[in-house]
Design a protein around this ligand. Structure first.
Ligand code: ATP
Ligand code: MG
Length: 407
């Protein structure tokens, strides 16, 4: 099994990353007139003052409907977006939002994106894609590996140039003289076939030698077996699930302490989802990493996670352990989401989906953001007063004026 360098003595319950009052507002770009006239600018309130802690070795789930700010949170944590306000505490290291960009490398996190199709380069073999992430992070110190990789790229370039040259010869010979051109063309084609055959064989032999043992081990660990075969496949030659496994390997090889998985199974066939989740879980246990698991599927979070934070239009509505959230949901939104989980028995339950539409994040509703859809809302209180996130039971937080257990 691959030997990575996780922290020793990792204890669950010890904070790894604290997100404190994080905000992200995107400016809404208006038309030419709005740009010229000094009108007030509008902002998408993608994340509006959220706080939560991810402990070491735990799977923390972020759930909520589309557009509630899950991906934006993930993108900030890997430096793809800059926050508008807030701070981060990585272990004992406090980082303010202004310092996040220069200090992003302090947060040892890696991300697995939702779309396995666009996350890998179509021109790179799966093994090289994984190895490439080590090279760009300067983690390939040993000169022999670098040289072997260089040679592999060189042999590909030679093959490509020889193919181009043969085609060029073929065209020129026809242009010069059709009768002798035909003979030259056949010779050129034969030579090309011979040369490419030799080169393909040669490069395959080369590549077998250059397969990095770290990548091979990790491929076996994420379920890409036989690893050597997958190492030399291009993304279009494997299934979506296998592509996502390669993405997971690419993230894990960099020894993250926090793995962010942004809906890693939502674009995959249902039959593949459980396998990917099982692989993630076993990697989390083997390498002692924490996972920030983003999903809009509460049932997956229940199966997979330790703790959960339910988001609604840029805010945290409820947060707690999986057990406490499912046994005793305090927020009407959480309750509606739980009741909307389908059961395998047809006609077993009438789905109680949250009513109405998700509000506009540019002009979120005043007071409690959920009040226009809430069947328990009391007016005018819920419409005017914004609820604070408070701890109602040990480690079980809710942002609701009238939490369900007290109604
Ligand atoms: N680059 C951007 N510019 C402007 N608005 C953005 C940008 N990225 C995200 N948003 C907006 O921020 C809000 C949150 O988006 P985000 O992608 O984080 O949602 P999400 O919870 O991941 O949704 P989904 O479940 O559909 O992936 C949305 O209203 C979205 O339109
Ligand atoms: Mg998203």
């Amino acid at each position: 099994m691959i030997k990575l360098e996780p922290e020793l003595n990792i204890q669950s319950g010890t904070p790894l990353l604290e997100i404190i009052n994080l905000k992200k507002y995107f400016p809404v770009e208006g038309g030419i007139i709005q740009r010229i006239l000094p009108t007030q600018k509008d902002y998408v309130h993608a994340i509006d003052d959220i706080s939560f802690t991810i402990n070491r070795g735990e799977i923390f789930c972020l759930v909520g409907e589309s557009g509630c700010g899950k991906t934006t949170t993930a993108n900030i944590l890997v430096g793809l977006e800059e926050p508008t306000a807030g701070s981060f505490k990585w272990k004992d290291n406090l980082i303010s939002y202004q310092d996040l960009k220069p200090k992003i490398k302090d947060i040892k996190s890696q991300i697995v994106f939702q779309n396995p199709y666009s996350a890998l380069s179509p021109r790179m073999r799966l093994g090289d894609s994984v190895l490439h992430s080590l090279i760009i992070h300067n983690r390939v110190q040993d000169k022999i590996t670098l040289k072997r990789l260089k040679n592999a790229f060189k042999s590909e370039i030679i093959l490509f140039i020889s193919a181009l040259f043969s085609i060029f010869l073929f065209i020129i010979s026809f242009m010069l003289d059709a009768s002798s051109g035909f003979l030259i063309a056949i010779t050129a084609a034969l030579l090309f076939t011979l040369a490419s055959g030799i080169y393909v064989n040669y490069s395959l032999i080369q590549k077998k030698k250059i397969a990095d043992p770290r990548v091979l081990d990790l491929f076996t660990e994420v379920g890409l077996s036989p690893a050597l075969q997958y190492y030399f496949k291009y993304p279009h030659e494997v299934s979506g699930g296998e592509r996502q496994r390669a993405n997971i390997a690419r993230a894990i090889i960099l020894n993250p302490e926090l793995l962010i998985a942004d809906e890693p199974t939502s674009m995959l066939d249902v039959s593949l989802r459980a396998g990917i989740l099982d692989s993630l879980k076993s990697l989390q246990e083997t390498h002692n990493i924490s996972i920030l698991f983003i999903t809009h599927d509460l049932a997956t979070a229940r199966h997979f996670g330790d703790r959960i934070s339910v988001m609604y239009v840029g805010k945290v509505a409820e947060m707690g352990s999986i057990d406490s959230i499912f046994k005793n949901p305090l927020h009407p939104y959480t309750k509606a989401l739980i009741e909307a989980i389908p059961t395998p028995i047809p006609g077993d339950k009438a789905y109680n989906l949250p009513k109405g539409e998700v509000p506009d994040a540019v002009h979120p509703p005043p007071g409690c953001r959920y009040h226009p859809r809430c069947t328990y809302a009391k007016f005018p209180y819920c419409e005017t007063e914004e609820p604070e996130l408070r701890e109602l039971f040990p480690n079980h937080y809710v942002a609701c004026h009238f939490p369900l257990n007290s109604i």
